[in-house]
Design a protein around this ligand. Structure first.
Ligand SMILES: Cc1ncc(COP(=O)(O)O)c(C=O)c1O
Length: 362
């Protein structure tokens, strides 16, 4: 079988064990005589699937009953708008704080600006091309803000928060699309967490929202589909949910449990990222612009000292079965995404290729 090591930033590689289980259950899901794709979302079997996915997420992340877990559509991008729509009651008087650490946080702020008069930048590292994460004491937080928004991992620039900002009484809202479930986090530190599934959780089409219950229901006049309270009241089944994506999400969560839970996954991610950064930093042939204490374990961008070799690197690595390594167009060079499903063998194969490439062209 021609499986490659896929370093895509998303949609990204899924665990082979998950794909195999989905294959085995494809035509006849647990004696139902049909595929999950063909099943009514109101059926008993399907209710079992969605409830299992929620229970697994709650157990793996330690989510208490103070929070709702929602399975939404529209990607993380819709959350850029849903968060301000739901959290802001007085669009003229209220404001929110944004920590700008890359393209996605800028997009989140731009979208939020449509819903209230002002947004504040609590910190930005744009002047250093987003090569680092601001420290806690650099955050200029407004104690009257309705929320503080952060992007916990910057998929494009390859930086990551290695601490949870302290925002006092102001709810912290985090876009965790590209590092959810990759490390242990204390959910109680957040007012709201959202994540598109297509990196660490499953296929695209479903977005997980974890919201503290007291933050729901502030705004009575929202369209139902965009109202967290209405979605929660119907257990994310206000309309037909993305049934198959939620099913695969459940299988991915079973797999995470089998890997020793989030802690087991985190230890592997730490090891894999360390291995790759060591090879990048070894001689100067490769270069990662990001400050070491801000580097992402999930998305590792790097360039070549001889940029004219970039196309050769990409062509030869693809030939070696190491695919989707091209960097984002705004950064250039290469980007290796090491999401949860990346096996150690994939990282070893990449590292061996890089050492050999350097030996031949360095
Ligand atoms: C951090 C982050 N936020 C938001 C998005 C947008 O997600 P979606 O395509 O699900 O709207 C992405 C996509 O790559 C991302 O990496």
């Amino acid at each position: 079988m021609g499986r490659v090591y896929n370093f895509s930033a998303g949609p990204a590689a899924l665990p082979v064990a998950v794909l195999e289980r989905a294959r085995d259950e494809m035509l006849d899901y647990q004696g139902s005589g049909m595929s999950v794709m063909e099943m009514s979302h109101r059926s008993k079997k399907y209710l079992g699937i969605i409830q299992h996915a929620e229970a697994m997420l709650r157990s793996l992340m330690g989510i208490s009953d103070d929070y709702e877990v929602l399975f939404q559509q529209g990607g993380a991008t819709l959350q850029f708008a849903m968060v301000p729509m739901n959290l802001i009651v007085d669009p003229k008087g209220e404001t929110a704080d944004f920590i700008l650490t890359g393209s996605w946080s800028k997009k989140a702020m731009k979208e939020a600006k449509k819903f209230f008069a002002q947004t504040r930048v609590a910190a930005s590292t744009e002047e250093v091309q987003f090569t680092r994460i601001p420290l806690q004491d650099e955050l200029r937080l407004n104690p009257d803000a309705v929320y503080v928004h952060m992007t916990s991992n910057n998929t494009i620039y390859g930086t990551e928060f290695h601490y949870t900002p302290d925002t006092g009484k102001v709810p912290l809202v985090a876009d965790m699309s590209s590092n959810v479930l990759s490390r242990v986090v204390d959910v109680n530190r957040f007012g709201l967490i959202y994540a598109g599934a297509q990196k660490n959780l499953g296929p695209s089409g479903v977005t997980v929202v974890i919201i503290r219950k007291d933050l729901m229901g502030r705004n009575a006049n929202l369209p139902l589909m965009l109202d967290y309270k209405a979605q929660a009241a119907e257990q994310s089944m206000l309309n037909t949910p993305p049934t198959y994506a939620i099913y695969i999400l459940g299988l991915v969560l079973d797999w995470v449990k089998d890997q020793g839970g989030v802690l087991g996954i985190e230890q592997r991610n730490v090891r894999q990222a360390k291995r790759l950064y060591e090879v990048i930093d070894r001689t100067g042939f490769y270069h990662c612009p990001n400050q070491p204490d801000s580097r992402s374990r999930m998305n590792v961008p790097f360039t070549l000292k001889k940029p004219e070799l970039t196309d050769t690197f990409l062509a030869e690595s693809t030939k070696a079965g190491l695919v989707t390594l091209k960097g984002h167009r705004s950064v250039g060079g290469m980007r290796a995404s090491l999401y949860n499903a990346m096996p150690d063998e994939g990282v070893e194969a990449l590292v061996s290729f890089m050492i050999d490439f350097e030996r031949r062209y360095g």
